[in-house]
Design a protein around this ligand. Structure first.
Ligand code: SF4
Length: 461
């Protein structure tokens, strides 16, 4: 068991490494011309991420890029800009083949079915949609109308992720997200009835008032609905960065020991119930493609988290969306007005990004291996990049040796492996390889632009 002292030592805010370099390293040195040139080089099948930023009410814990509104006209306006962006992308990448499409937010089900139909007309006009594609959507069960899931299924959606967080009413009150068990149960039933192949739940631990008993009850209710996947995210309370979090009284938050105990209990209960633990915070039924990808070491990590498709190029559309094309990350403006003005003028909305250096690519590979498989083989890194990996990472190896003394990793001449107990500190191990972690963040050229937020911070434990 990892000691409390060690956990406390690592109780710091850190990235979830859905990319390396992390999004806070992007700068305005990358612009629309770089993105256009990267798009024109896209040859292989691609994944598409579409960001829908609108939410009907504000959850106080939220660290996402969202716009709280009840106005449907905002969505109509946004939809026309998404369609225009699809056209602009197709101009640069004319033979685009999409094997995966994911909608995230915000709240993607802010869009009506008619709005989705319009969007898919634009997609089919400008790209080839693989009939066997994986098509996923994040859904807020509080705003789900009758027949909605069935209509989504008819549009090709086959995976759904429901935001749940916690079923406890006291916790829900403090996070300003009232969502009855019945609403979630009905949403799952609608997805099953419409033959969605995968239903996923997002739970969050570390929320105000959570106790082991209350979270155990949430887990039992979760298990009774038999999701195929469960993501167990850690709440990062950073009120100085995320304004809404200031409404959560810090004295209502569990201590680090309590958070660790919540995670360990939940992980054990999910594994007992037959789920396979994957990477940092995911659990899946053994037959789920994510569990199979973890078993055969093909699991990848990208901006959407763990993925079986991350080897493909990723094109992000919408406000603040990030694209990952070969050796370039490019992010759209996170300001809705700026995004829409630029797309409206017929320009790509790239605001910032980063072109990967050789060192970035080596470290990205090491960090991805750790985050996906909890282990790395020096010989694999050496072969992949034609380097003497142990010499290249001599300084990092010394840090790993210290972590070995703490029981976080175990080392052999060719491997570094995160121990079962060390899994809680997976990000701390990955941070050893982050060359940017002690460097100041780049300043943005356009001061009017709000900082984009896709870097998802989370406490280490
Ligand atoms: S948690 Fe989800 S639904 Fe709540 S405000 Fe954030 S993006 Fe919107």
């Amino acid at each position: 068991m990892i000691s409390d002292a060690l956990l406390r030592r690592f109780d710091l805010n850190g990235p979830r490494y859905t990319s390396y370099p992390t999004a806070d390293r992007f700068s305005s040195l990358v612009g629309p011309a770089d993105y256009a040139s990267a798009l024109s080089a896209v040859k292989s099948p691609a994944s598409l991420y579409i960001h829908i930023p609108f939410c009907r009410s504000l959850c106080y814990y939220c660290a996402c890029n969202k716009i709280v509104t009840k106005s449907n006209s905002a969505a109509n306006d946004y939809l026309s800009h998404l369609e225009r962006e699809i056209e602009l992308i197709a101009k640069n990448a004319p033979s685009l083949e999409l094997v995966q499409i994911a909608f995230g937010g915000g709240t993607p089900n802010f869009f009506s079915i008619a709005q989705f139909e319009s969007l898919f007309r634009a997609l089919t006009k400008h790209a080839h949609l693989d009939p066997n594609r994986e098509q996923s959507i994040e859904i807020d069960p509080r705003y789900l109308s009758d027949g909605y899931m069935e209509s989504l299924r008819a549009l090709g959606f086959n995976r759904v992720s429901f935001g749940v967080q916690d079923f406890d009413e006291g916790v829900q009150k403090l996070i300003h997200r009232s969502q009855s068990f019945e609403q979630t149960r009905a949403a799952v039933a609608a997805a099953r009835e419409a033959s969605f192949s995968s239903v996923s739940f997002d739970l969050v631990y570390g929320l105000p008032l959570q106790s082991r008993d209350s979270f155990a009850a949430t887990l039992e209710r979760t298990l009774s609905l038999e999701p195929d996947r469960v993501a167990l995210f850690n709440y990062a309370h950073i009120p100085e960065r995320f304004k809404a979090q200031r409404r959560i009284p810090s004295e209502s938050l569990p201590s680090i020991e309590e958070r660790v105990s919540l995670f360990l209990y939940a992980a054990e209960r999910l594994v007992d119930a037959g789920y396979v633990a994957i990477g940092l915070d995911h659990f899946a039924r053994p037959r789920d493609p994510l569990a199979q990808a973890a078993a055969d070491a093909s699991l990848r990590r990208n901006f959407q988290g763990y993925s079986t498709h991350a080897k493909t190029q990723l094109i992000g559309i919408g406000v603040s969306a990030i694209s990952q094309l070969n050796e370039l990350f490019a992010q759209n403006s996170a300001d809705l007005d700026v995004y829409q003005t630029r797309i409206g003028r017929g320009e790509l909305a790239t605001h910032r990004g980063i072109a990967l250096t050789f060192d970035d690519r080596v470290r990205a590979s090491v960090i991805e291996k750790l985050m996906c498989h909890g282990a790395l083989h020096w010989s694999e890194i050496a072969a992949e990049f034609s380097i003497d990996a142990k010499s290249y990472f001599a300084r990092e190896l010394t840090s790993l040796q210290r972590l070995e003394q703490d029981g976080v990793v175990s080392l052999t001449p060719d491997t570094a492996r995160v121990t079962d107990n060390g899994r809680l500190l997976l990000r701390a191990v990955a941070m050893v390889f982050d060359a940017y972690r002690d460097q100041p963040r780049p300043t943005q050229a356009t001061s009017a632009e709000p900082e984009a937020t896709p870097i998802r911070f989370s406490r280490i434990a």
